[in-house]
Design a protein around this ligand. Sequence first.
Ligand code: F6P
Length: 319
Amino acid sequence: MRRIGVLTSGGDAPGMNAAIRAIVRKAIYHGLEVLGFRRGFQGLMSGEYTLMRLGSVADIIHRGGTILLTARAPEFEKESGQQKALQVIANCGLDALLVIGGDGSFRGAAALEKLGVPTIGVPATIDNDIAFTDYTIGFNTAVNNVTDAINKVRDTATSHERVYVIEVMGRTSGYIALAAGLAGGAESILVPEIPFDLSAVVERLQRGVKRGKLHSIILVAEGAASAFSVAEIIKEKTKMDVRVTILGHVQRGGTPTAFDRILASRLGAEAVDLLRSGRHGRMLGFVDGKICSTPLEKALSAKRKFPADIYQLAAILAI
Ligand code: F6P
């Protein structure tokens, strides 16, 4: 193996830069050349890349986003797009490709692996919705961003004795809502993985008010319900002062936490080692404190089990 490629794809995640840095530096340390493709699979199809040097990844470990830029590339899902990428890979003399991203990106990586390109996936998405890893790069930072926002909303919620319905990201998963809801002491957490009953949410609210609570926070995962419709129902049933805050993309930005930087550095370095040992078609993960790897196809067909016990705990503690 002489030359490898790296790209970031899908929604950006804080810590992607730390992963790029680890891959580039570990590969150069072992005498490999690294080409960085811009805008994910888009750049792989159009041949938009640069040779990464030690200095190309200087001063990025603390930056959110991705210096390689990212994109969602529907064309790459088609055979014609994949053939374009294969041509570029052959022209550049690439021996392997490292894909930093979430499940959509891993589907692209698995397709290339099937076509004979040795590929490794490094899990990075704020959603934390990938099986065979306890954490994806970016999740910890996003949870901290949301927790920080909850703290701020709490101040004003208490002063005005209001109910706030806060909507968070996660696409079809509720991991961000659960973790930030537990960390932020939300009164109720609505996630797509667990059926909920809004009358129970209302009862909880009213119980809280009776025992003197000055504010309430309802955290809603975007995949569970719309914060506006939840707020409407609560307002109608309780006649309380209810406001909505949709956190949106602020959750995905900012400097990555030390946890995400360390995770990204370890996973990125391990991705290079895995390739050097001749293993590919795999996704890296962090399970029970250890780095491990799983075949991409297996990871893509599995669904993470939602931690119902932690959900239950959050409900008990916010009673
Ligand atoms: O997958 C990451 C994520 O931030 C999801 O939580 C969210 O649903 C989606 O991306 C938003 O995508 P976009 O950046 O295209 O609006």
